[in-house]
Design a protein around this ligand. Structure first.
Ligand code: ADP
Ligand code: MG
Length: 568
């Protein structure tokens, strides 16, 4: 066949396929339009799995009579005007594709009226072409009715699942937007039955009750990164993370109870799911997944939503910062309600189960109803509570206050732990940070050290040491691990070679690098350095011991302090 430009009808059918994959996509686009129009009430009605009928009715701004036809033109939108606007999208829609795409694969009727108009406009379209126009009375807002979806696209129709499955996708879309917009009153009618009704109270917990039910709602804790003031002290401010996270007692067998909203857009993101799961690290049994509703707010220019016509995929300018912010915000919410490790647990807190896990039985403290006794679940790892630095003691210890008493943290041991985990992680990810030396340094070793080094400089290379033989018991060192730059790495290598006799080489090297690069005892630290160290310690998997197995901290609970002062 010769090459030719496709007929506009074929083009719109192809394009529609990307936006309107199934009935739930129509619901999503129409609900997004209603939300963009500032509606406070949105009602969705479907029949026959959405193939028979989809109707979305709102009380938003409406479309002026003169612009209704235009709204059905491809790439016609009121939401962005010029190229630069693409960099800072604040509305849910912006591509001007939804209405024409829907009209290309269904029969569409729209009745719309703006606040300034005395009468509304009615338009009917068949195969994307206007077949009827008229006036119709209605209060300000818009009603879009979609009939016979995919009637003329048999291939797509065949591909659809049962009406029940399509209904469940539709219910999910409306539920997600009900969670994203608690201030909007949503109603969903499926085949005449009301399956969802939210109050529009503006409180997320009310939407959670409607969407997930009371049992889950009672086991949710509030998440808000701003409570913690994490914004300060970093170069790029992390996004604000808000929402609710479920206790491990309500874990689920799939990830379908994870909702993410970025600037209120419902998105799917493996990175975000991973950040949440990381926050629950050690709290859930293998194969179980948390319930969480997480909203991320950040300047629109820091996120690209123009990845796919369906607009559910996004790209963050700085993934890494978003990941950290989400993980920390949730972790903190969980930890604050979790039991604090006591002094006798300090050394072993990561293996011994806390006796009475408070969070899982009465979420949120006093104001929410307690739930029924929680089922048994695996030992949660009790990580560090949030600590506030009070000062440094004898240039050796950080004195900090936690939710339950006083903490004395051994700065060297704590930093060793942080670096040790970082080193291991970098090595396994083959992302070791290396420092090249201005000039190669010659390293002379004794015969015993020589024997050890000969068989192991490959292992050392995995950690960033580039060492090569250079004559008799002499080696040339060209690079060292970045962590050891300006540190006594020669001493470290000698010590390592002396101490090594069999055993786990890789482990010994990691411990040795951590030990030699960590802050020393006796080194005075600024407040910022201490805060940063504690923040990093919060992130590690075993904060309570150094890699040699010694405790990193001692905890005196408020109770112990009172007893010591005879005030019990
Ligand atoms: P987009 O949402 O990307 O702008 P659409 O095809 O979904 O593209 O809608 C085209 C235009 O029609 C929108 O920009 C908006 O001006 C108008 N519109 C669509 N639905 C509604 C609604 N429910 N209320 C008010 N205006 C609407
Ligand atoms: Mg739209």
């Amino acid at each position: 066949m010769p090459i030719k430009v496709l007929d506009p009808k074929v083009v719109s059918r192809i394009a529609a396929g990307e936006v309107v994959e199934r009935p739930a996509s129509v619901v999503k686009e129409l609900v997004e339009n209603s939300l963009d129009a500032g509606s406070t009430q949105i009602s969705v009605e479907v029949r026959g799995g959405g193939v028979g009928l989809i109707r979305v009715m709102d009380n938003g701004a409406g479309i002026p009579s003169g612009e209704v036809e235009l709204a059905f033109d491809r790439y016609a939108t009121s939401k962005i005007g010029e190229l630069a606007d693409l960099e800072g999208i604040e509305s849910l829609g912006f591509r001007g594709e939804a209405l024409p795409s829907i009209a290309a694969v269904a029969q569409v009727d729209i009745v719309t009226c703006t606040a300034g108009e005395s009468v509304g406009t009615h338009l009917s379209l068949k195969d994307g072409v206007v077949v009827n126009r008229g006036s119709q009375g209605r209060s300000p807002g818009t009603t879009v009715t979609v009939n016979n979806l995919f009637h003329r696209v048999p291939a797509r129709l065949k591909f659809l699942k049962s009406p029940a499955t399509e209904n469940s996708h539709i219910a999910n879309v409306v539920s997600q937007y009900a969670l994203a917009f608690p201030e909007v009153k949503f109603t969903l009618l499926i085949d005449g039955k009301a399956v969802l009704r939210t109050a529009g109270s503006g409180r997320l917990i009310d939407s959670v009750i409607e969407v997930y039910g009371l049992e889950i709602a009672q086991n949710m804790v509030e998440v808000d990164s701003q409570d913690r003031g994490w914004e300060s002290g970093t170069v790029v401010s992390p996004p604000r993370v808000t929402g609710m996270a479920g206790s491990p007692a309500v874990s689920r067998s799939s990830r379908s109870y994870l909702s993410f909203f970025v600037n209120r857009r419902w998105v799917s993101s493996r990175m975000l799911a991973w950040a949440v799961e990381e926050a629950y690290h050690g709290l859930l049994m293998q194969g179980r997944h948390p319930v969480a509703i997480i909203s991320i707010s950040l300047p629109p220019e820091q996120v690209d939503v123009n990845i796919h016509p369906a607009k559910t995929e996004i790209k963050f300018q700085n993934e890494h910062i978003v990941f950290g912010a989400v993980q920390r915000a949730i972790r903190q919410a969980l930890i604050e309600l979790a039991p604090v490790p006591k002094i006798e647990e300090v050394a072993t807190a990561y293996v011994s189960p806390p006796s009475a896990p408070r969070l899982w039985t009465s979420a949120g403290g006093g104001d929410r109803p307690a739930t029924s006794p929680s089922p048994t679940y695996p030992t949660p790892v009790v990580s560090l509570p949030l600590l506030r630095v009070l000062g440094q003691l004898a240039s050796d210890y950080i004195v900090a206050e936690g939710p339950d008493g006083l903490y004395l943290i051994d700065q060297h041991a704590a930093h060793e732990r942080v670096l040790y985990e970082k080193i291991k992680q970098q090595r396994s990810g083959q992302k070791v940070e290396v420092q090249g030396l201005l000039e190669p340094v010659t390293l002379e070793v004794n015969p015993k050290q020589d024997a050890v080094l000969k068989s192991h400089y490959e292992d050392l290379a995995q950690f960033g040491f580039s060492i090569e033989p250079f004559g008799d018991r002499t080696y040339l060192v060209r690079t060292v691990p970045a962590l050891l730059h300006n540190k006594d790495w020669v001493g470290m290598v000698r010590e390592l070679l002396d101490s090594l006799s069999g055993g786990d080489w890789v482990e010994s090297i990691a411990v040795s690098i951590a030990c030699h690069s960590a802050v020393r005892a006796g080194q005075s630290l600024t407040d910022d350095e201490m805060r940063e160290l504690l923040r990093q310690l919060e992130q590690v998997t075993m904060p309570h011991t150094c890699p040699h197995g010694r405790p990193t901290m001692i905890h005196l609970s408020s109770g112990q302090l009172k007893r010591e002062f005879g005030r019990s």
